[in-house]
Design a protein around this ligand. Sequence first.
Ligand code: C5P
Length: 226
Amino acid sequence: MKKISIAIDGYSSTGKSTLARQLARELGYIYIDTGAMYRAVTLFALREGLIGEEPDEPALEKRLAALEIGFERNDETGRSEVTLEGKNVEGEIRNLDVSRYVSQIAALGAVREKLVAQQQAMAAQGGVVMDGRDIGTVVLPEADLKIFMTASPEIRANRRYKELLDRGEQVRYEEVLQNVRDRDYIDSNREISPLRKAADAIEFDNSDMGMEEQFERIHAHALRVI
Ligand code: C5P
């Protein structure tokens, strides 16, 4: 069987990572959550005081070359989790503080250059499902299957709100909705690699679709290509 590359892009909180992870497990592929990498850089910048009113780009750029972002497997869950300087930071990168700044950090050229190169190296052998914003357009323009996921902002905010509450975070729905809208705006309007549907991507609106149906449909698309 051919080992293909699958690119899943789309707006914030469209359920890309759940779907990508499930698909990778089913196909025996590796899953790469590129959003987690941008979040890890943001966590680093916050910890190091490199974000004031806005990110201090020159200061961050100086620290980037030596900055180590990676993944390790959680043996209990079987999931791959993101590491920063060798330490697992999966538990810290999804909070609203990181979410608030991540799109500004992800708009910086030096950050994208570093992470895109690393993502391309990780995907070089094929057999990969990668999710993000620029996978089908920039990171893996030759991917064998490209999916572009959308859903209404309210539905996406509601999903993310429930997720955060489940994790014990104190948030208001309006705050989460505003964050989803802000990130959509910054991600779609930034100069470098803005969020776009690749011309050859399949658009997939999951506003009214359960997880199982989504998985079955995308899995069927993958089997057609493999
Ligand atoms: O996927 P997730 O919502 O965790 O991504 C967090 C943020 O990282 C996005 O809002 C976007 O600003 C940035 N990102 C990106 N390119 C990617 C993946 C994520 O710019 N490939």
